[in-house]
Write a protein that binds this ligand. Structure first.
Ligand SMILES: *[C@@H]1O[C@H](CO)[C@@H](O)[C@H](O)[C@H]1NC(C)=O
Ligand SMILES: *[C@@H]1O[C@H](CO)[C@@H](O)[C@H](O)[C@H]1NC(C)=O
Ligand SMILES: *[C@@H]1O[C@H](CO)[C@@H](O)[C@H](O)[C@H]1NC(C)=O
Ligand SMILES: *[C@@H]1O[C@H](CO)[C@@H](O)[C@H](O)[C@H]1NC(C)=O
Ligand SMILES: *[C@@H]1O[C@H](CO)[C@@H](O)[C@H](O)[C@H]1NC(C)=O
Length: 512
């Protein structure tokens, strides 16, 4: 208590001296922390309004390597910065060199070369990845590690720990101060053929330090014997038998093992990971040069993590980051949500789990706060067929809202599909040397960003909006009440929402 009060006094004095000398407040303790929103916009979308001051993913990933002087820690699902149009097993197969250039393949090359240079400069590089994607999606990290003792590559199989799931967080941490968190995979397509959204921090040790704990947790898991550290339990919250780490709060306290990871808040008499009343918040000043160079005002930020067994201290689970962002809306305000996938259930778990967490939060704010909630969901080649049932079910809230003359409910939910042109003509150009007629490589032409923004708070995530991503899969969100980030993210959403690339989802009719 005393020492923290003293710390604050010291901070105040330092700031006061800096202010007297006319220097920026942060200068005394090193350069100022800055944050920018980051996007990838697929080629051939001429009618999408560009939001000024937003950085490109390819630049940011290149800079994170280029600026590294000590270390680089990377969480990636898989690797394919270098395209493989000559590999018959690749979704790039059969496209000509000039096609590939037109698709923006050079961006991936540029990012890979910057990483390779960092490896040659003897930067300590650590990479944690999932594995098992065709054709050879962990080859690039293996190539970077080959013959370089300063580069370490490990694979972490979530199925061994949670029964299913993957390492799906996309995080780069450079020199314990520069960070990328967002939707972009380590894939050339994520730079120029898939729409992505993330955030880039420079000189922000507060953010880096916290994400680094999460990175280290994943790293530690990769060194442990999952068989010895997992149990199959009856999960009361989700009404399913499932495998979890033995320190999981889904186990009864007496059944739990001692966690090999830094501990998270433990609430007696409570099972699972309920929402925290006062989750850990990050209180640090940062500038937003891409929107407004600000302001000494304090606005709280946070990080949230999935699965909850990997959370630590009082940091909230990733689901709470999303739910609380929806619930942060002011009466009569607007919540904007952009996602690739949307399901009110699980996708990969053995037992199918029903998951109303986000749709409940949405219905709650449209009912009692008259909020408007706008949702963009990707429509693309690998669209999950029962998505539309869940979207229509959510749209039915509008009918329920006005279903009684005694309701005081004028909120509403509006849902559009986001359709990137060319989405229905993706795949390899050749199969067994026969032309397919496809115009773009596989797994392209899709909105892959994952974020929510109310009128006061933004949540920038890495998780698709399906149960598994919050309970069996690695994901991270950065969230903030900083008005500059909130406004610019709203603007990015509105550029998409009011573009010609959206189509309304039709509601169910009210029965007579
Ligand atoms: C370092 O990062 C800054 C932006 O944060 C960028 O302008 C610069 O080009 C980067 N340097 C290298 C060598 O990548
Ligand atoms: C890591 O890289 C080395 C060197 O290329 C390779 O032999 C090994 O298979 C890679 N490990 C993983 C987990 O990818
Ligand atoms: C992992 O743990 C299981 C159960 O304790 C044990 O049977 C197995 O031998 C261990 N595997 C390794 C590689 O240590
Ligand atoms: C929502 O709108 C209704 C109808 O206009 C009004 O009676 C109610 O007070 C509003 N609720 C809030 C929280 O603004
Ligand atoms: C793809 O969709 C566009 C626009 O709806 C349509 O014109 C085109 O014929 C479709 N292509 C295929 C292969 O279905």
């Amino acid at each position: 208590m005393l020492s923290s009060a003293r710390g604050r006094l010291l901070l105040f004095l330092t700031a006061a001296v800096a202010a007297l000398c006319g220097a920026p407040a942060g200068a005394a303790a090193g350069a100022t922390c800055q944050a920018w929103l980051v996007q990838s916009i697929p080629t051939d979308m001429p009618h999408l309004r560009r939001v000024p001051g937003v950085l490109s993913t390819a630049d940011v990933l290149q800079w994170l390597s280029g600026n590294a002087t000590n270390n680089l820690d990377i969480l990636a699902q898989y690797w394919q910065f270098l395209a493989q149009p000559k590999n018959p097993k690749s979704g790039d197969y059969g496209y000509s060199e000039s096609d590939m250039v037109r698709f923006g393949v050079d961006e991936g090359h540029r990012v890979y070369k910057a990483l390779e240079k960092a490896a040659d400069r003897k930067i300590e590089i650590r990479m944690v990845q999932h594995s098992g994607f065709a054709p050879d999606y962990d080859q690039e990290s293996a190539n970077l590690a080959a013959g370089r003792p300063n580069v370490q590559n490990v694979t972490l199989i979530f199925g061994d720990w949670w029964g299913s799931g993957v390492l799906h967080a996309k995080v780069w941490i450079s020199d314990k101060k520069d960070v990328y968190i967002g939707s972009a995979n380590n894939d050339w397509k994520s730079l120029s053929q898939v729409k992505e959204l993330g955030i880039y921090f420079t000189n922000c040790p507060q953010v880096a330090k916290t994400v680094e704990v999460y990175f280290q947790n994943l790293w530690t898991l990769s060194t442990l014997n999952a068989t010895a550290y997992t149990k199959v339990v009856w999960d009361k919250q989700w009404q399913a038998f499932r495998k979890v780490p033995c320190w999981s709060h889904f186990l009864q306290p007496e059944e739990r093992c001692r966690s090999p990871l830094p501990l998270s808040v433990d609430i007696p008499y409570v099972g699972g990971y309920p929402s925290l009343a006062n989750p850990e918040m990050l209180d640090f000043l940062f500038e937003t040069p891409g929107y407004k160079r600000s302001t000494r005002e304090h606005h709280l930020s946070y990080l949230s993590f999935a699965p909850p067994e990997l959370s630590f201290d009082k940091f909230q689970a990733d689901e709470q980051g999303w739910v609380d962002t929806i619930k942060s809306v002011k009466p009569g305000g607007v919540v904007r949500i952009s996602t690739m996938d949307w399901l009110g259930q699980s996708q990969y778990a053995t037992q199918t789990v029903f998951w109303p967490s986000l749709s409940s939060a949405i219905s709650e704010v449209i009912f009692s706060k008259n909020a408007t909630v706008r949702i963009l969901v990707a429509y693309w080649t690998h669209f999950i067929p029962n998505t539309e049932n869940y979207l229509k079910s959510l749209l039915y809230s509008n009918i329920l809202c006005t279903s009684s003359k005694y309701n005081h409910c004028i909120g509403k939910v509006e849902i559009n599909y986001y359709v990137v042109p060319g989405y229905n003509e993706t795949g390899p150009a050749l199969t067994q040397d026969t032309a397919t007629g496809n115009r773009y490589p596989d797994f392209t032409r899709v909105n892959h960003g994952k974020y929510a923004v109310s009128d006061v708070r933004a949540n920038i995530g890495t998780s698709n909006l399906i149960w598994d991503y919050f309970y069996t899969t690695a994901g991270v969100s950065f969230g903030t009440y900083k008005p500059a980030i909130v406004s610019q993210l709203q603007d990015i959403f509105d550029a998409d929402w009011y573009s010609p690339y959206t189509v309304p989802v039709k509601p169910l009719e009210a029965s007579a």
